[in-house]
Write a protein that binds this ligand. Structure first.
Ligand code: ADP
Ligand code: MG
Length: 227
């Protein structure tokens, strides 16, 4: 099996990395039939791992315990390589959630990621920091002969339809700075931080089927990581 190692990552906190890594893992597994493992590098909080525990406790109480689930594994900078090797070749996707700072974990862990998706919200001040992050990645990983990293993509998270023009201008500036932007955006929706951010249940089949809905983002990630 050809395993892909992907991560929604970036050097900033609060932009939606964890939210989107969870949604990708859950929906790639259930909706797109991929074999997935999610590595939680958020030492020492391990917030995804704990969320899964809470969700399992809840369904345990409801007696609904035959649900198929993908593994969520806690890793640290010391164990990340071994955990990746353990699953490499056995799953379709290894998805890694890093903490939001350029810590040792982050830098060492990024060495193993093949496709990075950087969330960008709507602040023009972010352009510089994102550009620096991209440049660091490119210099250290993309242009390195022994690289693992194959591609880096930016996308808007928390996109607001009412500020279309503002986003379009920002996108123009970012493209001018030479950063590769994804075609699809992820809108700001309360449901993305509630029911749809589940480690157990995918988004229901009939939901999120519009042109700006999150399925398009999932499918673009699948496509970009197939290269
Ligand atoms: N598309 C979105 N729509 C609504 N809320 C979002 C969206 N993406 C992230 N959030 C919220 O933003 C906050 C930060 O998200 P989180 O995934 O924890 O970011 P990070 O992992 O980058 O620190 C959380 O409260 C999360 O629920
Ligand atoms: Mg996070």
């Amino acid at each position: 099996m050809k395993t892909k190692i992907i991560s929604v990552a970036g050097e900033k906190g609060g932009v939606g990395k964890t939210t989107l890594n969870i949604m990708l893992a859950t929906n790639l597994f259930h909706t797109y039939g991929k074999k997935v493992v999610l590595l939680d590098v958020d030492d020492p909080q391990f917030s995804i791992f704990k969320k899964r525990q809470r969700e399992l406790d809840l369904i345990g109480e409801n007696g609904e315990d035959s649900l198929p689930i993908y593994p969520i594994i806690r890793v640290t900078v010391r164990t990340i390589k071994d955990k990746i090797l353990q699953h490499y070749g056995k799953v379709d996707y290894i998805i890694i959630d890093f903490p939001g700072s350029l810590s040792l974990e982050m830098v060492q862990g990024l060495m193993f990621v093949e496709h990075i998706f950087i969330p960008f919200d709507h602040d023009e001040l972010e352009i510089d920091s994102t550009f620096n992050f991209y440049r660091t990645l490119k210099k250290n990983f993309l242009d390195n002969g022994d690289r693992v990293l194959r591609s880096v993509h930016l996308f808007f998270n928390k996109y607001r339809e009412v500020q279309k023009n503002k986003f379009a201008n920002l996108k123009g500036d970012v493209l001018t700075a030479g950063l590769p932007f994804m075609q699809h955006v992820v809108k700001e929706k309360t449901i993305y931080r509630e029911q749809y951010r589940s480690t157990l249940h995918p988004i229901p089949e009939q939901m999120e089927t519009g042109p700006r809905d999150i399925r398009n983002f999932f499918e673009e990630v699948l496509k970009l990581s197939s290269n």
